[in-house]
Design a binder for this molecule. Sequence first.
Ligand SMILES: CC(C)(COP(=O)(O)OP(=O)(O)OC[C@H]1O[C@@H](n2cnc3c(N)ncnc32)[C@H](O)[C@@H]1OP(=O)(O)O)[C@@H](O)C(=O)NCCC(=O)NCCS
Length: 183
Amino acid sequence: MVKRYTLPPDYKIKTLLIRNEPQIKIIGELAEEAFIRFGHYRDFISELVWKENVITSIIVNKRDDQDIIGFLVLGFFYEDSDKIPKGLYADILAIAIDEIYRNRGLGNQLLKWCLELIENLCLAGDKVNCIKLTVAPDNQNAVALFRKFGFEFEHEEIGEYATGVEAKYMFKDLNGLLEPFGN
Ligand SMILES: CC(C)(COP(=O)(O)OP(=O)(O)OC[C@H]1O[C@@H](n2cnc3c(N)ncnc32)[C@H](O)[C@@H]1OP(=O)(O)O)[C@@H](O)C(=O)NCCC(=O)NCCS
């Protein structure tokens, strides 16, 4: 039986630091499959993972760097309106686990990695105000997972994905929780 909340023994979480075209292609294919209910995301995600304000983590086989079973794309943006606290915020732009590896705690592992990264940025002095993501409210396991990490729905509806599926923002407020040292 697979122990929950641990990676399969041969896999590790790794940040994409070097541009590796075969890996980017595989991430694009994973995205196409995982997000097909919302539209075609192959090209969008393949381009997104290398934007300069984005950090991408993957769950990859330690012995085969093309065996990727999940990814999370984290973006950083500056908010200047009154919709969310002004300043730097993080946006979980995409998270997906290969279908056959779902419900084993891997999404949990990637989110934990992401929150630890943001916490470390805050400890190093970059004040991140909140974390945002977009989700279909009927995507039950995604919503359950995000709630477990403290994300809540905004009341305001934001619209729909290309396929007409409803999309909403969830937020995790970091104010006061992750103050940088010295502030
Ligand atoms: C969302 C996604 C990344 C989650 O990854 P995962 O590895 O399956 O997630 P985990 O196993 O860590 O956690 C899933 C949680 O949802 C719960 N869950 C599963 N099915 C559920 C359901 N039908 N209703 C409520 N909760 C459910 C699980 O019980 C688990 O919580 P638990 O750990 O408390 O038991 C994965 O389902 C996926 O890739 N989906 C397709 C892409 C997608 O929709 N991404 C999100 C877009 S914002």
